[in-house]
Design a protein around this ligand. Sequence first.
Ligand code: SF4
Length: 315
Amino acid sequence: MESIRLGVSACLLGESVRYDGSHRFDRYLVETLGRFVEWVPVCPEVEAGLGVPREAMRLVGEREAPRLVTGRTGIDQTSRMKRWARKRIRQLGEEELCGFIFKSRSPSSGMERVRIYTAGGEPGPYGSGIFARAFMDACPLIPVEDEERMREPALRENFIERVFTFNRWRALTSRRASAAGLAGFHSDHKYLLMAHSPSHLKRLGQLVANPQKVKPSVMYASYLPLMMEGLRLKATVPKNANVLEHLLGYFKKQLSPEEKQEALGLIGRYRQGLVPLVSPVTLVRHLVRRYDEPYLSRQVYLNPHPAELMLKNHV
Ligand code: SF4
């Protein structure tokens, strides 16, 4: 596995860069996820030259084009921030990022749900921070999240799955584009895609099925946006249970009726919310090893990220 580089709002790593010199250290990011990724910290306000301490700012004006304005003195820092963001995003292009974790609710770094105020100071609609908006517009396929949403287990899991997938994609595209390479990648991700979106799995399958008609580079360019769109959809309990039943089907000749009943019972308990997803997944992994099933041993669905991240453990 290549090293995974993630952009992150610097204050989440404990850097004292907030307007009042404080930070927003996030234990999960630093102590758990941080063991598996290389951080690329970014503080837009400090890097744009606003210093610490500085006057707090907020978004003011229209939802489509909010201004970044200091709270007390009313200085408009929008142009400065946008100029800096253009330059910084070009540099970040060299970093081969596989994702970005933003600080929630910040007028510079917030990914969404950042309050926009009217010129008269009344709270208005929500939008995105100036830097976060520019980053997401420039790099629409790179997975993004904020630390607040990441406290929700399903959203955290979905983001981390997309990050690890993006990293495998980067590894694939670091080699010469080939129809066989893409077909292998697609095959390894079959059940992961099925857990998120059977219809995306079908469309992606059609894309890789006709290599003689389309150049590999064209197939690659169409594959990634569709794959990321599919993976953004939630892997629900019924979709996961369906995948698990498919996987169990590979062992119908090896399992005794009692063993099969036991496995189906475990999937049923997962459906009912009595056991977490990790339980039936662990059972299938065990069957793959015991019966040496080579196709399934390559399935990312069974090992999408390191076990230490403790994902798929919630009911
Ligand atoms: S939220 Fe963004 S701009 Fe504010 S301190 Fe954190 S990294 Fe810097």
